[in-house]
Design a protein around this ligand. Structure first.
Ligand code: ADP
Length: 254
């Protein structure tokens, strides 16, 4: 079956004054996949993401999301996407239930706050304020809020930065769960283990250009078939395996 394109980016360019941060990149995202934009800091990942999210003006190029042209129908795009808000948007006086109800009101969507919080293991925190949450809980809540308007696509910008190994793995499971329920996921990350675990396909971005795009498996196979070998013999476990083995997989932050 032909996979359906849900995002099409063609020759996207973004200039900040004299500096060209995004230098004519093109890629497609297919419905139902987890697509990753990988790259070092400053590569242009967030700029690209924010242009697709309608939050930043592009300099040139074509972007189509869910069949809507960014130049003609940005408001239609806004309706079918879910975006993580900056934490400053979480009014300090409101608890998690009230925040979800408020966002539901803004989006004109009926919401079931406890059900949504339950999906993200936050039911115990329903009456807490955002500032009272741990790092992992804050990330889970911010991903939960991207689903309030029942979007076709969600965008996650470095969703696990700063989290401990348990919280990261827990978030990976949740992101897969969101995808399994039918939402296309676009994430940025500079953690390659995260991309290898989560992404169906990824684009490696460097200095504003896509230098490779494929499934993690295919990218690795291509490197290996070129004769590349790791210098050190690979052990059957790594330090993170030791850490998880000793401390367990359970979240500690509750
Ligand atoms: P990434 O998300 O991959 O770390 P960004 O998209 O944030 O990269 O940034 C790409 C480049 O554009 C960086 O060199 C950054 O300094 C520059 N940049 C980002 N935002 C602005 C801005 N508002 N004004 C000027 N330069 C910017």
């Amino acid at each position: 079956m032909e996979k359906k394109k849900i995002i099409e980016v063609e020759n996207l360019v973004k200039k900040y004054g004299d500096f060209t941060a995004v230098k004519g990149i093109s890629f497609d995202v297919f419905e139902g996949e987890i697509f990753g934009l990988l790259g070092p800091n400053g590569a242009g990942k967030s700029t690209t993401l924010e242009i697709i999210e309608t939050l930043r003006e592009k300099t040139s190029g074509k972007v189509v999301v869910g069949g809507y042209d960014l130049d003609k129908s940005p408001n239609d795009i806004k309706k079918i996407i879910g975006v993580q808000l900056q934490s400053s948007g979480y009014y300090p006086g409101l608890n998690l239930i009230e925040l979800i109800e408020m966002f539901g009101g803004l989006y004109n969507q009926p919401v079931k706050p406890l059900q949504l919080l339950g999906m993200f293991n936050l039911e115990d925190k329903a009456k807490a304020q955002y500032k009272e949450l741990s790092g992992g809980q804050k990330q889970r809540f911010s991903i939960a809020t991207t689903l309030i308007n029942k979007p076709q696509i969600i965008f996650l910008d470095e969703p696990t930065t700063g989290l401990d190994p348990q919280a990261r793995r827990n978030l990976w499971d949740l992101i897969q769960e969101v995808r399994n329920q039918g939402t296309t996921v676009v994430i940025t990350t500079h953690y390659m283990d995260e991309a290898e675990f989560l992404c169906n396909r990824c684009a490696i971005v460097d200095s504003g250009r896509i230098i490779a795009i494929d499934s993690p498996d295919a990218l690795i196979d291509k490197l290996v078939s070129s004769g590349f070998e790791r210098k050190k013999e690979v052990k059957k476990a790594n330090l993170e395996d030791v850490f998880i083995h000793l401390t367990g997989k359970e979240l500690r932050e509750e």
